[in-house]
Design a protein around this ligand. Structure first.
Ligand SMILES: *[C@@H]1O[C@H](CO)[C@@H](O)[C@H](O)[C@H]1NC(C)=O
Ligand SMILES: CC(=O)N[C@H]1CO[C@H](CO)[C@@H](O)[C@@H]1O
Length: 356
């Protein structure tokens, strides 16, 4: 009885007092210090920006890969340097090639000429955290956390005025939006998770993202569906941190709308396609030649080459006039992040054979 009374009169008020004192002398000052530090950083950034021009950072770890996504990156950089001559470009990359070699490749591959003095490379060392091979399970989620870690490294190595992601690493946006306090822009080629992927799991189809063991078991299917749902939600939360979103086509736009729900700041910007050189070529085809169809795309699961072959097979039925021999070649390249295990990086062609 006495003990209870004691605790009521002495100990409880003591605890309350302790909490109040802690709040007054620790939390509030810390918040002030943090706020002033924050404002100073912002102020300094603004002053520097006015004096020397904006530092625009692109997040594109594999900037030397030479694919369509890289073309977007380099053409965007060229456009920014032309439009805003006093800006400086920084590229976060894990590539180890010399800047000169990278820019030479850009010129040879894409016919985009850039001045090396205006482009800086910020080398990131934590390449391992974004490679899908690092994570045999929960690849999507862990890889996304990996991009956050890489984004953190990027932010600590260089704090830009404007941040633009061209690799679709949505989970880096909160870092740059809140810690670096800079506007965030992005160009998305492919949503990381799509409603179609979820539907496939739901209907238990085995696909590259659907192992047969999981497809057979209803409980596992349910868990996987939940995992996708949670992931899709997180992806939306991160994606909505972008101030401006660009998508490469209507298909991507639809999915990004569905997941990020930012219709007013999402814009469709088709990827640049260089045809001026191609248009100069003379066609060597004669009327008597068989029809040849060539499809050029990276060999990766979501391009669904088998479906393409099937479509070609159907097309055969539509051909009325030309019942001649024709064949289709599939050509493409393997990226180092290719999910097709055992296939070396490089490029190759598969002769799909003749379809009659
Ligand atoms: C957008 O990017 C994806 C992924 O690279 C590609 O499959 C798709 O064809 C692109 N869309 C357009 C319109 O280029
Ligand atoms: C298209 C396809 O292969 N679907 C399969 C998905 O997984 C289940 C279970 O293994 C199969 O029954 C389906 O045929």
């Amino acid at each position: 009885m006495i003990f209870e009374l004691l605790s009521l009169i002495v100990i409880l008020p003591m605890i309350l007092l302790g909490v109040l004192l802690f709040g007054a002398f620790v939390i509030v000052p810390c918040a002030f210090i943090f706020a002033s530090w924050y404002m100073r950083i912002n102020e300094r950034k603004l002053q520097r920006r006015k004096r020397d021009g904006a530092n625009i950072a692109f997040f594109h770890p594999y900037c030397n890969a030479g694919g369509g996504g890289e073309r977007v990156l380099w053409v965007a950089i060229k456009a920014i340097l032309t439009r805003y001559p006093d800006s400086h470009i920084y590229i976060y990359t894990v590539e180890t090639a010399e800047p000169k070699a990278i820019l030479n490749k850009v010129q040879n591959h894409f016919n985009v000429k850039l001045e090396p003095e205006r482009i800086n490379f910020v080398r990131l060392s934590l390449q391992k955290v974004i490679e899908p091979q690092t994570y045999p399970y929960f690849t999507l989620l862990l890889q996304s956390l990996g991009t956050m870690i890489l984004g953190m490294e990027a932010f600590m190595k260089f704090n830009p005025d404007i941040y633009i992601d061209t690799m679709g690493c949505a989970f880096t946006y909160p870092i740059f939006r809140y810690l670096a306090q800079c506007p965030v822009g992005c160009y998305t080629h492919y949503p990381v998770v799509t409603a179609a992927m979820m539907r496939r799991v739901k209907h238990r189809l085995v696909s590259y993202n659907n192992r047969s063991a999981i497809a057979r078991n209803p409980l596992l299917t349910w868990c996987k569906l939940l995992y996708y749902k949670v992931f899709g939600w997180l992806y939306g939360v991160a994606g909505r941190r972008a101030d401006i979103v660009m998508v490469n086509g209507s298909w991507t736009e639809e999915h990004i709308h569905e997941l990020w729900r930012r219709p007013l700041s999402t814009h469709r910007v088709y990827p640049p396609c260089e045809v001026s050189e191609l248009k100069k070529l003379r066609s060597l085809v004669r009327d008597s030649d068989p029809i040849r169809i060539l499809s050029v795309a990276q060999f990766r699961p979501e391009k669904d080459h088998p479906l393409m072959l099937q479509a070609m097979y159907e097309l055969r039925n539509l051909l009325i006039k030309n019942e001649m021999l024709w064949n289709k070649g599939i050509s493409g390249s393997f990226l180092r992040d290719s999910i097709c295990e055992g296939i070396p990086e490089g490029s190759g062609t598969v002769d799909a054979g003749r379809i009659r």
